[in-house]
Design a protein around this ligand. Structure first.
Ligand code: F6P
Length: 530
């Protein structure tokens, strides 16, 4: 399809938005008794109701036509086929290949990548089992009882989320902690509390050039070396990276490095060796279950017809609200403590992928793109920020998640939790009139999606996270964005490098700070030393 087809479809969708601008969702339900059922989907482990949206069949068809005009099916096929769709970095984005257990070869640059993926997963499974079974020990032969992952961004959020969500599957013999930031406090606290002889550090970094992770690695290594001796300490560190050369240069022996391919994006890397902390805590079989869940969603995304394709429809809704309604944020509200980190995980996935103002070719985009993703535990949120969802001036499309499972040991809790989740979605829809007290009036007509999971299992979680990946991809294709680079994060890192040297007392030639930064620098320098 041509640019003019795309523009025509874009205008057609804009016309639907104008038509629906004053619509009441309750009227959409009244006009269409089958709406709740028709705007619901059961895919893999997820039951999703997306009927409470400012959308009717005609607008949905318009969005589906826009997806066709954007050549979404062709881009999706290119994603799965391993084409170099990350055009700015000249490589594929093959997270789907990490969970594809089919025997079909997948050729990238003339090489079948499947054996590489299988070998990486074998290495992960072997190390995870060896640590869990006490076959891989510390230098003194002591069993590892504590594992600490040093990593940030995609080398942190995925494994941390998986561990929290699946804690009921975790080994009780092992404690897994995460240290991400360069803030000295978390590492100091952890080192003060861990027994060097029985602690294994995983240094997880795709690039092995991320300052926060390297600072934490050097400090942890010095700490262990002081207690165990330098040689012994090295038995307590494993590097997980796509840059094994850098890891070796920093002191890792080749047999203490697990490598994963460069074409795995950081925020898409849970499925690679970056998932090692999860594999250790949960066991290799449960890690395989996570991959299988994601594969089920891959299969659905790649084969389901567009009108019944869950990630595709959710991606269209993201575009619909951000670009056509001008809603600048979306809330992710899990009613489940295990999914507490989901909003942050989705935040990195969506905002680092799609938070861009130029298209694949570097041309400016004129429509609004990625919304701000935010959220937190929905039940806690009720007592924190729901006031704004219900009565604030902005409309914030909201996504609720809840597990519908019995919890027999604490009777009543789960039912109450589910009731509160459904009630909030209902309240956002219906609102409340109040003739005598304007302060009590809730306007309602605020859109939401409800996702119901049977329970938090490795398979369910894999399904859910892959759904978010494909939804992010879908919206990127409609915005014509390359979702697989992240140049925007580099500038701040570069400037921090300069300021760090200056705080250390160095004069860096050719650097002139703006007046505000210069004044803050002077204020801080006398306090942090240098
Ligand atoms: O914050 C930018 C980023 O590059 C993310 O994309 C990535 O997940 C994170 O840093 C960590 O990178 P690495 O795994 O290379 O240490």
């Amino acid at each position: 399809m041509s640019t003019s087809d795309m523009q025509a479809q874009w205008q057609a969708v804009a016309a639907h938005q104008a038509r629906l601008a004053d619509c009441r969702m309750l009227d959409l339900f009244a006009d269409d008794p089958g709406r709740a059922a028709r705007y619901s989907l059961d895919v893999a482990d997820l039951h999703v109701d997306f009927s409470k949206h400012l959308l009717d069949d005609a607008a949905l068809h318009g969005l589906l036509a826009l997806a066709q005009a954007a050549e979404l099916p062709r881009w999706r096929d290119a994603l799965f086929a391993g084409d170099a769709i990350n055009n700015t970095e000249g490589r594929p984005a093959l997270h789907t290949a990490l969970r594809d257990r089919s025997a079909t070869p997948l050729w990238v640059d003339g090489v079948d990548i499947k054996p590489t993926v299988a070998a990486m997963h074998r290495q992960v499974a072997e190390l995870a089992s060896a640590v869990r079974e006490g076959r891989r020990t510390g230098a003194s032969g002591q069993r590892f009882t504590r594992v600490v992952n040093l990593g940030i961004g995609g080398s942190y959020w995925g494994p941390a989320l998986a561990l929290e969500a699946l804690h009921t599957f975790s080994s009780s013999q092992l404690r897994v902690d995460f240290v991400s930031t360069v803030d000295p406090a978390p590492l100091r606290r952890l080192l003060a509390d861990c027994d060097a002889a029985s602690t294994l550090f995983l240094v997880s970094s795709k690039s092995f050039g991320t300052t926060e992770t390297l600072y934490n690695y050097q400090a942890a290594r010095a700490h262990l070396a002081a207690r165990l001796g330098l040689d012994a300490a090295s038995r307590h560190f494993v590097a997980v990276t796509a840059n094994p050369g850098k890891a070796q240069a920093l002191g890792f022996a080749p047999d203490s490095i697990i490598t994963f391919p460069e074409w795995v994006g950081g925020r898409y890397s849970l499925w690679s060796a970056i998932g090692l902390p999860a594999a250790i805590a949960l066991g290799a079989d449960n890690f395989a279950g996570l991959l299988a869940g994601a594969a089920a969603m891959d299969e659905h995304f790649s084969s389901a017809e567009p009108a019944r394709n869950l990630p595709l429809l959710l991606g269209l809704l993201d575009v619909w609200y951000a670009s056509f309604w001008g809603f600048g944020s979306r809330a992710v509200l899990p009613y489940d403590q295990g999914l507490r980190l989901l909003p942050t995980y989705v935040q990195q996935l969506m905002m680092e992928s799609n938070g861009k103002g130029v298209d694949r070719a570097g041309q400016p985009l004129h429509e609004a793109t990625c919304p701000v993703i935010w959220g937190g535990n929905g039940n806690d949120g009720e007592h924190t920020f729901y006031q704004l969802l219900h009565q604030g001036p902005a409309t914030i499309p909201t996504e609720f998640l809840v597990c519908a499972q019995p919890d027999l040991d604490l009777p009543g809790h789960r039912q109450r939790l589910v009731a509160q989740c459904l009630a909030q979605a209902e309240a956002l829809l219906t609102g409340a009139a109040s003739l005598d007290n304007p302060h009590a009036r809730c306007p309602g007509n605020r859109p939401s999606t409800v996702m119901v999971l049977p329970a938090l299992t490795p398979h369910t979680l894999g399904t859910l996270l892959a759904c978010h990946e494909h939804r992010t991809f879908t919206s990127a294709m409609l915005w014509r964005i390359n979702p697989f680079d992240q140049f925007g994060v580099e500038l701040g890192k570069r400037l921090a490098g300069t300021l760090e040297r200056e705080l250390g007392g160095e004069t860096v030639p050719g650097v002139a700070h703006d007046a505000s930064t210069a004044a803050l620098f002077d204020y801080c320098r006398s306090r942090v030393g240098g």
